[in-house]
Write a protein that binds this ligand. Sequence first.
Ligand code: GMT
Length: 375
Amino acid sequence: MKIAIVCYPTFGGSGVVATELGIALADRGHEVHFITYRQPVRLGLLSNKIYFHEVHVPEYPLFHYQPYELALSSKLVDTIKLFGIELLHVHYAIPHAYAGYMAKKILEEEGIYIPMITTLHGTDITLVGNHPFYKPAVTFSINKSDIVTSVSENLKKSTLELFEIDKEIEVIPNFIDKEKYSTKYTDCQRSLMANDDEKIVTHISNFRKVKRIPDVIKVFHKINEKLPAKLIMVGEGPEKEKAELQCEKLGITNRVVFLGNSNEIDRILCFSDLFLLPSQTESFGLAALEAMINRVPVVSTNSGGLQEVNKHGITGFLSNVGDVDDMAKNALHILSNDKELKKFKESAFKTALSFDILNILPLYESIYDKAYKGR
Ligand code: GMT
């Protein structure tokens, strides 16, 4: 099948899921066309099965806001026609579902019928999408999608609670590719980050408010009071500077490393002992799953869809949002005893395997089939 994928090209989870899905679809013989404003970060080599089409939005002084949706719709129309694309899969409702629907309607005028699948990822529903400024347009474009999928049961529930949706929502969880993790890093350079007697705690995110970065630091501080540890903070975002200041105030700057964005999180996770994710909400928590496949147990909140990924007492622990004492207690339970740590590491890995792309890809292929036949 010839498939167009629209996503954000940045480090965010939705872009990563869309990119990995596209690559896996191409491996299965589909022709995949990524359409977005920059080459997605996880997209490596392009080939005769993987194309990238850049959406340009020329600056024009009259516009206070440059019309990205319009440029995206036009690029979709042109690319779909030029390459004979048969199906459109948009990731993240805003503004992709809206732009996709416009493209679909323009193409219909020319007798071209293209089914559109919209995958909801989280903040497009829980944080941004339900704002009154966007809500009518988001509701409309979700309802006008041919098939709607959500990355967790919890996100499906939130979508139905927050919006008036008359479409069935199919849950297709996020995934990892176990093949990519089967190679053990011979150069897993733990010694660069910590001494042998120190435990390594990691956090990876876009450093937005929803991630509760101050809680990451507080929990780590409590861990470090009881046992020697290092914290590796991976990512960039608006909360980063405050976090650096917080570390300074707590006198732990020599224990915390801020690495910025990384394309090689596996190289960091390979020597991590614990992953912290104290988010306010998380529709799924792809970062937690990526930690788990690298044998890193997770201490997280119990909000949103995290319970569908991180299994309490098995792959890590879940606490109420903001309960840093409980998170620190759970972290210390895992880290203080090497036997316990090993048990959690293995269970995290085993649980992550159930999210292998081999189990998830057929679910997407089957809805593609359904959408294509129903067009
Ligand atoms: O908050 C992020 O990490 C970015 C955001 C995005 O849309 O790129 O992530 C959302 O989608 C991910 C992939 O489906 C989910 O794993 C994240 O849980 C979700 N983030 C939130 O719900 C806050």
